[in-house]
Design a protein around this ligand. Sequence first.
Ligand SMILES: C[S@@+](CC[C@H](N)C(=O)[O-])C[C@H]1O[C@@H](n2cnc3c(N)ncnc32)[C@H](O)[C@@H]1O
Length: 292
Amino acid sequence: MASPLKSLITDSDRYMASFKRYKECSIVYQGMQEFMDNLLPDLLPSIVKGKSQLNVLGVGSGTGDVDLQLFSTLHQNYPHVTVDNEVVEPDPQPLRIYRDLVSQTPGLDYIQFHWNEMTLQEFQKQWKEKKINKKMDLIHMFQVLYYVVDLEGVISFYQSLLNKNGKLLITLASCDSGSVRMREAYKNQLCPGETNPSTGKIKKLLDSKGVSYKSYILPSDLDITDIFTEGDENGEMLLDFLTNSYHFGKTASPELKAGVMKFLRRPDCSVESDGKVTLKINFELLVLDQLI
Ligand SMILES: C[S@@+](CC[C@H](N)C(=O)[O-])C[C@H]1O[C@@H](n2cnc3c(N)ncnc32)[C@H](O)[C@@H]1O
């Protein structure tokens, strides 16, 4: 029987609300802050060396808050460097929020923005068809490759856009994360076509091709207590984001919903303390260089 579940990504309003709720319950932004404060300043010197302008490509930038955080760190450390920034984002709603954020944020005149309302696959196709030979100093894909089937093709294309000393930054949940374990266990019952990528899969792929990379862990635990309160709307949205399903609570069979919720409580997925259930999630940042 065909699955009654529909991918969350097909409904922009619900996707954005669920992702917002996810960010509010997660320490992911502390993890990203750690990246901005401690890791990025170490990566920048080799990227910026000898340059007065950086070509940057943001893939799946969403509402752009992480992108602007990144530029703020860059600008603090290298105030003389200007930025040419290609933004690739298929959903018009977050893209509009990103554009509004740019127009309302003072002091961004060192950045030139190019808005590409399309998927990363469409961008790739267009780039090849137009035979563009611009090279990038920094490409980032933060929490985006979940929605990609051809990981190998996508990573090798975007890596091929790197300039000498350029870096491709990828973050995804690592395979020991509770969310990844749960999706792996239920992949045949969740939305058809789900590939459940994790950094474990990407590293295996890169290792098999002899592509080198550096890896950093950014702890990103998630408070999922609300999921276990029947009828709690915040819990429902978190469950949607974790299963990547539109209204999972209303459309999944009772057996599937009960199975997923029980799985999330397994000790290898979450910890319970003082009535709070915390899902163990690690984001992993992979840093790739230009292919030689
Ligand atoms: C989890 S959000 C991450 C947003 C942002 N990078 C951040 O870290 O806050 C994933 C983003 O990827 C976008 N996305 C989904 N499928 C995509 C695709 N095929 N190509 C490019 N972006 C995609 C979504 O619209 C969404 O904005």
